[in-house]
Design a protein around this ligand. Structure first.
Ligand SMILES: [Mn+2]
Length: 328
């Protein structure tokens, strides 16, 4: 059994159930191993990139392994694609499992497990990896939707930091109703509101419903001519986030063109701040994704500037509310 470095802090991903489960499991594991309450911090991708590290030791879950995390006395547990090989950090990595499942396996190695946690981690794993063949797929998405609907820290407070309290939580009934009522309406609306960005990429406007599931269904049934579909989400600070989904691995390639990342078929990126409306985003994305566009690289900056100079005033002033609730 691997001995784990004692962390000053635990970091996890704020945007989904996988991050939440990972964070709570690691907190409990640290408590069990070291008898101390270790602080938990959660980040979205953007704020994570800006986080400077002063900690001499840390545990990190559900964040892509990168060179700046490769530190002595750091433990990283993740499942996002990475090319970085760990030299100094302890890396627990498997793209075939959710971060929550990897954390739970670590907990089991160190002596705690329960039927309730088995069930919860299974559901979270099904939702995070989008295991559509699993009989629990719909229910798993209801669980994942709790975090999207009520937010990471609210939910943690509501369950008093006990992951077990999520199991059969009364709020799941609300999620089931949302799924039954909102998703069919949202699917029909989105299907009639798709804009071509390139011959292979479509932008899906969203109104109501679980956007993740709606886009999945559009891809699954080949309801559109596109092999990759994009949705947009505006963050509170005004920046626009793109979420990309595909079935052939294109999603990651597209996200990388936009300086983002994620999984082969589920990834995301943040658009430059100068892009402030849906119509601007569509123009920008068409420009970047056009077959003639140069590959992404440090020179993409000039591409963005070029875009800025073409975007007309009137276009820039025409604002449209971006709906959705997705952050990859
Ligand atoms: Mn994850």
């Amino acid at each position: 059994m691997q001995s784990l470095p004692k962390p000053e802090i635990i970091f996890t991903h704020e945007s989904d159930l996988d991050g939440l489960i990972s964070g709570l499991l690691l907190k409990r594991l640290a408590q069990k191993l070291f008898g101390e309450e270790i602080p938990l911090e959660a980040y979205h991708n953007q704020s994570w990139r800006q986080r400077a590290f002063h900690e001499k030791s840390a545990w990190v879950a559900d964040m892509t392994f990168e060179t700046r995390l490769d530190r002595v006395n750091w433990l990283v547990i993740d499942h996002h694609a990475t090319d970085v090989v760990a030299q100094d950090a302890v890396l627990v990595h498997d793209t075939g499992k959710s971060a929550g499942l990897l954390c739970y396996e670590l907990c089991k190695e160190h002596g705690f497990e329960s039927p309730a946690l088995d069930r919860l981690v299974h559901l979270s794993n099904v939702a995070d990896l989008f295991l559509e063949k699993d009989p629990d797929f719909d229910l798993a998405n209801d669980y994942a939707n709790l975090v999207k609907t009520y937010q990471f820290w609210n939910l943690i407070e509501l369950i008093q930091r006990n992951p077990e309290q999520l199991l059969d939580h009364p709020l799941l009934e609300v999620m089931a109703v949302k799924r039954r009522v909102e998703d069919p309406l949202g699917y029909a609306w989105s299907l009639s509101n798709i804009t071509e960005l390139s011959p292979y990429v479509g932008f899906v406007d969203t109104m109501v419903g679980n956007i993740n599931l709606i886009v999945h269904q559009l891809l699954e049934t080949a309801a559109t001519p596109y092999s990759a579909l994009l949705t947009l989400f505006r963050k509170a600070n005004g920046t626009i986030i793109v979420s990309v989904r595909s079935r052939n691995g294109d999603a990651l390639r597209i996200a990388e063109k936009l300086h983002g990342g994620g999984h082969a078929n589920a990834s995301g990126a943040t658009l430059p701040r100068s892009v402030q409306s849906v119509s601007e985003a569509v123009r920008y994305l068409r420009h970047i994704l056009s077959p003639a566009a140069p590959a992404a690289g440090p020179s993409n900056e000039s591409l963005e500037n070029a875009f800025d100079s073409v975007a007309s005033r009137s276009e820039r002033n025409r604002r449209k509310e971006i709906r959705g609730n997705f952050d990859s």
